[in-house]
Each structure stands twice: as C-alpha cells, then as structure tokens.
Design a protein around this ligand. Structure first.
Ligand code: MN
Length: 357
C-alpha cells in the first residue's frame, strides 16, 4: 500500500468522522475512497481527501441536501462559496415563509380559546380600479374590492385575462353572505385551491405560457389574512410610513437574495419580468396574518404601478389623498404619467371604526 493512503479507521479518526459516515458518503457518491482493496473490500483514503471529507461533514450539518453537496464538492472554492451562500439564502426565505405560517396557526388557535370580545370590530372603506395603461393592447389585470375581500391578479400570456378574472371570481365566494365560516387559514387555502383550478381551466392548452399572479387580503373584522403569489404587491401605510408586506416571487429577486445580483443591476436585468412562481397547482403561495389598526391604509397593486412609480411617490400619494377612491385614481394617473408601460391595478382600503347607526 502507498504511504499516503490511510485505512478507513485511521482516516475517520484524522477527519473526526465515523467509519460509518465514510461508508455512507461512499455509497452516496459524496466521497469515494482513493482505493478499494479488490480482495478484502477494505476502503483506503488519501490524506489529501481529508479536507473534502470534512467539508462534506460541515455541509451535512448545515442541512444541505446530498445532491447539492455533491455539486458543491465538485466546485472550486470561490464557486463553492457562492453555492453555499445561495443555498443559505434559500433556507432563510423558506424559513421566513414557515415562520409566517407558524404565527398564523398560533394566532388562529389562540383566537379559538380566547374570547375576542375585547376586539373592536373595524370596517373597511375601499376602492378598486384597473387601467389598461398606455402601451398594452388589452388589460389582463383584474382588481376587486368588497367588504371582506381585496384582491389583485395580473394575468400573463395569451389567456392572461381569463386567468386573472377566473382567479378573482373563485375568491369572491369569500365576500358573499354564503361564504363558508371557520378557520381563516382553511378558508383561504380552500379558496386558493378553487382559484388555482379555475385558472387551470381558463388557460387550458396554454400550459406554462399563461397564468396569473394573485395577491389578496381576506378581512376578518380585526385582522387581514394575506395570500400572495407572484409579483403583485401589498403595502400598508401606517403612522405615515409605507411598509411592503409581500415579497416579489421573481427570478431577479431570488438572485438578489442569493447575493448574485445587486438591486441596481436587477432594475435593468433582461429577465426582470420573469416570475419565479405564479398561481399553479405546484406552487405554494405565501400566507400571513396581519393585525389591522384603525387608520391603516392598505394598497394592493400590480407591477404596472410598482415598476414605474417609486415607493416614496406611492407613499406621498397615499398620504395626500383623502379617500380610497381618490388614492386609487392618483396612483393610476402617476403610473400613466411615467409612461404606463403595463396594465395598472390598484386596490386601496382604509381601516375605520364602524359608523354607529
Ligand atoms: Mn403586469
């Protein structure tokens, strides 16, 4: 045997790994022994493989899937570093979505056991409007506002218009006296499933090329349940500050999160319009529960507003308009003044104390 080869036992000891782990790495193609004795089947490792073995162990501790570890191990250090950073950005995004879901469940279950009599029932004042813009031949957006439901859907592809209206129509059951009652999370999930099926039927034949985003808020009387998928947005204006409560599901946003692209580069990236997720049976929408306060003003909009009207201007327009109706029309006018390159949809809703009869 060559001098720089170690037995599996010696190699395991030097690498602070168990022989069992090394056999597993071998079976999984993560780290092949330098030599396997053809007679005894004993595994031998080169000293130079120690670094690799310990990297595999660290990546497993990080929770990285085996297939991805295999990829990382094949890369040069600088590229491997980039891959690990990208993996971790993905973990953080996934964890944030799961954290929101956990909070949602905690809220829901707490609300069942605790009397909510102390909560003043609030009301919404709302307005929704959708505008073709100045460039697109047709309007493929759909916007909706009612006393319990606010929603924006941005259809794309040849059957984008039927897709966005099918999604909103399927959700409108939540805004009727016949609306099912019960756990808000289940209500939303069922409604979104219905919307997904409706979109699937509406784009029949267009497959991947057509679909819709969906951003909607379901009002419970004191809170808003958010469901969101795609690059439409939801904001809240509270105490004079404008806060975005959705993340864009776009390819460039994921590249920014992974540190592969700066926000400045993203603004002119050729694929900046490319959606990472839309309302399809396989994609999971974000769900969040938002406590409402009197004086809150909510905005839902399609990217036809947010791509051309910067946040400070949106904040200014929301602050300086007295009613949801004037706010919606001021925002749409601003997008058209900026060229109106896309369809523009806005829903504005104010949270107010109920008017006593
Ligand atoms: Mn759009």
């Amino acid at each position: 045997m060559r001098e720089d080869m170690l037995t599996i036992g010696a190699f395991a000891k030097a690498g602070r790994l168990s022989p069992k782990a090394l056999r597993l790495y071998d079976e999984l193609d993560l780290l092949k022994p330098g030599r396997v004795d053809p007679d005894t089947g004993y595994r031998y490792y080169a000293v130079a493989q120690l670094e690799q073995a310990r990297l595999v162990a660290w990546l497993r501790r990080l929770g990285m899937p085996l297939a991805r570890i295999r990829q990382v191990c094949a890369l040069r250090p600088a590229e491997a570093a980039r891959e690990i950073r990208a993996y971790w950005a993905w973990v953080e995004t996934e964890t944030a979505a799961r954290r929101d879901l956990a909070e949602f469940l905690v809220e829901e279950l707490s609300a069942v056991s605790v009397s909510r009599k102390d909560t003043t029932m609030l009301e919404l004042r709302y307005c929704a409007h959708s505008d073709r813009g100045l460039v697109r031949p047709a309007n493929q957006d759909t916007a909706y506002a009612g006393s319990r439901l606010l929603a924006v859907a941005d259809g794309f592809g040849p059957t984008g218009r039927p897709a966005s209206s099918a999604a909103i129509n399927a959700l409108r059951i939540l805004d009727t006296p016949e609306a099912p009652t019960g756990n808000v999370l289940n209500l939303l999930d069922d409604a979104v499933r219905g919307a997904t099926d409706a979109v699937h039927d509406a784009v029949d034949g267009d497959g991947e090329d057509a679909g819709t985003t969906l951003t909607a808020l379901l009002w419970t009387g004191s809170r808003l349940a958010l469901v969101h998928i795609g690059d439409s947005r939801a904001y809240v204006l509270r105490g004079g500050g404008l806060f975005r409560i959705t993340d864009d599901h776009t390819v460039v946003q994921s590249l920014i999160d992974e540190g592969r692209l700066t926000p400045e580069e993203a603004a002119t990236h050729p694929q900046r319009m490319l959606l990472l997720k839309a309302l399809t049976p396989t994609a999971t929408p974000d769900l969040r529960l938002q406590d409402a306060e009197p004086g809150d003003r909510y905005l839902l909009c399609s990217d036809g507003l947010s791509r051309v009207v910067p946040d400070p201007q949106i904040r200014h327009l929301l602050t300086s308009t007295p009613t949801p109706d004037t706010a919606v029309h001021a925002l749409i006018a601003a997008a058209n003044e900026a060229g109106g390159p896309d369809n523009i949809s806005c829903v504005v809703a104010d949270v107010v104390a109920p008017t006593t009869p």
